[in-house]
Design a protein around this ligand. Structure first.
Ligand code: GLV
Ligand code: MN
Ligand code: MN
Length: 412
């Protein structure tokens, strides 16, 4: 079987997908169920149909594009990723796994290969937590890790429920039906940019992910008391932003002192109310994102956050309320899928690095219901979640080729 990846088509499609954006180029912003996301979805569906794939969507908007296999065996080999993008993102995160997945299927079709097991390209809904506060919404529901009832309680920043938003976007049906039947996937492989610097630094073209770190996120609301920036004397203040500043530094310190580089913690949102130059902040909302490959170490940072909340609240006489949004376990990738990826690398004499994914991915959840693994390609300086995110055409094509071969091996 000789596989040819159509480099020009793939690169052109990455550029086109980047044009469906609410950000000013080169930034890409594509929040789930916004008009930009819906345009991108429609365009993707057309590309999949053009390739002869049968497309279906579930109630939360996960999109499945299937190339039917010859075997009556219903277990499917899956690949894919996400096309939503956080505010001010780049054009490769998630996209390489979706368009690379489509190109991998087209290369197999072109080669005359006939899969026994059907091969399915998945476009997961809302891998990014931007709108509903929780990442991997689609894959959580597919894997039964988030129930329909819990999903129904999710609201976006404007207070609109997931049900309202999905219906307005044209996705009907029962959320309870999103959960995949058990054994649906024979195997699942996700191609993704590394989002870290290790492959580039070590001059290794490919990473095979053996473990995905455990993410947790919380929302912390600090209520102090506001007032006139000139009138309220310093000893009388209960400034919510000053309390937030102490908390942010305590979180950073807990992650830095864990003893392992795998521990990371980020406060990415700091919403200040009323946000006026001459008004003391009375309320602050923080988002906290904590991750580690080791659950106990991750949970230690979460406890340090709780201790800091208690002490800052007492010391500054402010109220602090923290709400846990998710605290997920890490995932071990499937040795069988890792081996299929490794064999393809060896066949092409490509060096690869077994590695941990510190970012989370839909594969974290799919691995709970299917043998799953991931293939990483380098990205420049390890940059991701920023407009200058970049993966070279050579790396994208190489990753797509290995993905294509691996899908062939798994679906034979
Ligand atoms: C996914 O985008 C993550 O935040 O790891
Ligand atoms: Mn991302
Ligand atoms: Mn991603």
């Amino acid at each position: 079987m000789s596989l040819t990846i159509d480099r020009e088509r793939l690169l052109a499609e990455i550029e086109t997908l980047a044009s469906f954006s609410d950000g000013e180029a080169p930034a890409v912003t594509r929040i789930v169920f916004t008009p930009a996301d819906l345009k991108a979805r429609a365009w993707m569906t057309a590309r999949c149909q053009e390739a002869g794939l049968t497309v279906r969507e579930d109630a939360v908007g996960n999109t499945f594009a299937r190339w039917n296999g010859s075997d009556s065996n219903p277990r499917v080999v899956g690949t894919g990723s996400h096309i939503d993008a956080i505010p001010n993102a780049g054009k490769y995160d998630g996209i390489v796994g979706v368009l690379g997945g489509l190109e991998a299927i087209r290369a197999l079709q072109q080669s005359g290969f006939h899969p026994q097991h059907s091969i399915e390209l998945l476009i997961f809904t809302s891998e990014e937590p931007t709108r509903f506060g929780i990442g991997c919404l689609g894959s959580r529901m597919l894997s039964g890790s988030l129930s329909a009832d819990a999903a129904r309680k999710l609201t976006d920043n404007e207070g609109a429920t997931l049900d309202d938003v999905r219906h307005r976007a044209g996705f009907a049906g029962e959320l309870a039906d999103v959960n995949l039947p058990s054994g649906y996937y024979k195997a699942f492989v996700e191609l993704h940019i590394e989002q870290g610097p290790l492959l580039e630094r070590q001059h290794i073209p490919l990473g095979i992910v053996t473990k995905i770190a455990a993410p947790a996120s919380l929302r912390v609301v600090i209520e102090g008391s506001g007032g006139h920036a000139g009138g309220v004397l310093m000893p009388d203040r209960h400034d919510a932003l000053c309390a937030a500043a102490e908390l942010i530094l305590a979180i950073e310190s807990a992650a830095r002192t864990s003893g392992e580089i795998d521990t990371v913690a980020t406060v990415g949102i700091c919403d200040v109310f009323p946000s006026a130059v001459n008004s003391i902040p009375s309320r602050v909302r923080l988002s906290v994102d904590i991750r580690d490959t080791d659950l106990q170490r991750r949970d230690l940072v979460m406890r340090a956050l709780q201790t800091a909340c208690d002490s800052v609240s007492k010391k500054r006489e402010v109220s602090i309320h923290s709400e846990l949004l998710n605290a997920d376990a890490p995932a071990d990738c499937s040795p069988e899928v890792v081996e299929a990826l490794s064999q393809s690398c060896r066949k092409h004499k490509l060096n690869f690095l077994p590695m941990v994914s510190r970012a989370y991915h839909d594969s974290l959840f799919i691995s709970r219901v299917a043998p799953a693994a991931m293939l990483f390609i380098p990205c420049r300086n390890g940059y991701s979640h920023r407009p200058d995110e970049y993966a070279s055409p050579e790396d994208i094509v190489r990753g797509t080729l290995v993905l294509s071969e691996t899908l062939a091996a798994l679906s034979a």
